[in-house]
Ligand binder design. Structure first.
Ligand code: XMP
Length: 507
């Protein structure tokens, strides 16, 4: 498949570049700056991202330009552009204060292919601390701002376009035009569509799995469901899905989701393990200990089931591109963060190979593919739900009674969000049972009942978040509905905290 390679120098906006290209139905991959690149026929262009480093920082990335200069068109952004200028002997001054925000392109050379049909003035987003003051003779200046004469340059012979602003940033008003122009220069195919992806993946899975059996843990979420359907289409009932009832799912979720899976033709076994999970959580209040117990119990149950199936060679997982990026394998700078989808250590323990058919997709692409595959909307548009489930939303000890209470509250909240058309506008919404009882009035009596926190957030990928602006009228009705219908709750609060400093979940 033809593609554009994005060399990641560590900018926080690298993912935006990839998303932009994918919106044009162009396939792209992000590679760490320190990975050697062999320009094969399917690579049609290279984009050098920005970086958090200043160009003269001794720790700054040093991608090997000799790998690709002159072989394919190059779009170099911010640090990437400075790096190319430096490579050819350009000169810089370090600004006393770094520039960050909107700037106006007052000069644009629209004879440059990258600025075809783009006319000044145009607002662009700039963030850097070094200014290029001198460029080699064979460079041509193609745009300037009020403050910077060299805001963009071109080396015509090698089809190199350097931009000192961020074309991928939403505040750059010519973002689409610039990428459209660059892709035209690259002459890349616009063939990254759901149907082609599905067809290719199914063939690929058939080929690599052969006659082996595959197992997958299903969660009711979109990622594992899309993964399972793709594999099921490739190998039928040689895919064995397990959906474990931890007792920590939402109200009726186990039965509803299991039925949906069966309707979709997935070979899935529902496992009722409520009692095991809840008995092991007895007396546990530390959130990390809860996570550990739930994770270990999950693995134990999954492992027992997996052992019952002969010829299993593969463990399928719904890992998506943001998980891959977060794991550090594509930024070349840092490792770690989280691997929520990993069924911790199982592949090694069971001696299984990993099958991750959607690991190159962003969440919105997973949803598009899922929609083409005919997955029901309630699964496709489901908010993320953490593996440890309601256990991390019941602060303090988890008991059957508390789970039941929170399930009832959550059901009222989520149903009201859906009825009032808020659900699909919110990235994630849930209720939290606080470990506090407060005084209230019930009829003529004094009550001493639980307080509930309501959370709804906007986010792109869960890494940062802001409280969703739910109307006061809605919150008021919600509070009345919960306190009148759920025994044991007499107080509702709305969580306004952004992430950071808070996290999305309370535990
Ligand atoms: P935080 O609370 O870290 O949440 O801001 C970010 C996203 O991750 C989800 N989350 C988890 N998912 N296992 C999971 O599978 C976990 O232990 C876990 N903790 C948080 C959270 O729901 C949000 O979408």
């Amino acid at each position: 498949m033809e593609k554009i390679i994005i060399i990641n120098n560590g900018s926080q906006y690298t993912q935006l570049i990839a998303r932009k290209l994918r919106e044009f139905n162009v396939y792209c991959e992000i590679l760490p700056w320190n990975q050697a690149i062999e320009v094969t026929n399917d690579i049609k262009g290279i984009i050098l991202s920005g970086s958090q480093y200043s160009i003269n920082d001794p720790n700054a990335p040093t991608p090997n330009l000799d790998d690709f200069i002159g072989k394919v068109p190059i779009l170099a952004i911010c640090f990437g552009a400075q790096y190319i200028a430096k490579y050819y002997g350009g000169e810089f001054i370090e600004n006393l204060t770094s520039e960050c925000g909107n700037a106006k392109l007052k000069y644009i050379d629209n004879s440059s292919p990258i600025f075809k049909n783009i006319y000044p003035p145009k607002i662009v987003f700039i963030t850097h601390s070094d200014t290029i003051v001198k460029i080699p003779k064979h460079f041509k200046i193609i745009c300037s701002t009020d403050n910077e004469e060299i805001a963009g340059f071109q080396i015509s012979k090698n089809k190199i376009y350097g931009l000192l602003f961020h074309p991928e940033h939403p505040q750059t008003e010519i973002s689409d035009d610039i990428f459209r122009n660059f892709l035209a220069v690259c002459k890349v195919s616009y063939d990254w569509t759901p149907n082609i992806f599905i067809e290719k993946k199914i063939n690929e899975i058939k080929e690599i799995v052969g006659n082996d059996e595959v197992i997958i843990g299903l969660s009711g979420g979109v990622d594992s469901t899309v993964t399972a359907i793709l594999i099921q289409k490739a190998i039928g009932n040689r895919l064995h899905g397990f959906f474990i009832d931890t007792g920590l799912l939402r109200k009726n979720e186990f039965e509803d989701v299991l039925n949906s899976y069966k309707k979709m033709g997935i070979n899935v076994k529902g496992i009722d393990a409520k009692d095991i999970f809840l008995s092991r959580l007895k007396g546990i209040i530390d959130p990390e200990e809860k996570r550990k117990i739930i994770g270990m119990t999950f693995i134990e149950i999954f492992e027992n089931e997996a052992k019952k199936i002969k010829n299993v060679r593969w463990l399928a997982q719904g890992t998506i591109y943001t998980d891959v990026i977060e794991s550090g394998s594509v930024n070349g700078l840092s490792k770690t963060i989280k691997s929520h989808h990993n069924v911790g250590g199982l592949p090694d323990k069971l001696n299984l190979k990993l099958l991750e058919p959607i690991r190159m997709l962003f969440k919105d692409e997973v949803r598009k593919i899922g929609s083409v595959l005919g997955i029901p909307l309630d699964i496709l548009n489901r908010h993320p739900f953490p593996g440890p489930g309601l256990a991390v939303r019941i602060l303090g000890e988890v008991t059957y009674e508390k789970v039941k209470l929170l399930q009832d509250v959550d059901d009222i909240y989520i149903s009201m969000l859906k009825e009032n058309n808020f659900y699909d506008k919110i990235w994630q919404a849930f209720a939290v049972l606080l470990p506090v009882k407060t005084v209230g009035i019930s009829g003529d009596e004094r009550s001493y009942d639980y307080a509930i926190a309501i959370r709804a957030i906007n986010s792109i990928d869960g890494m940062t978040a802001n409280a969703f602006d739910l109307p006061f009228d809605f919150l008021n009705k919600l509070a009345n509905e919960i306190t009148s219908k759920v025994n044991g709750v007499n107080r509702i609060v709305y969580d306004l905290s952004p992430k950071p400093p808070a996290t999305i979940e309370w535990e």
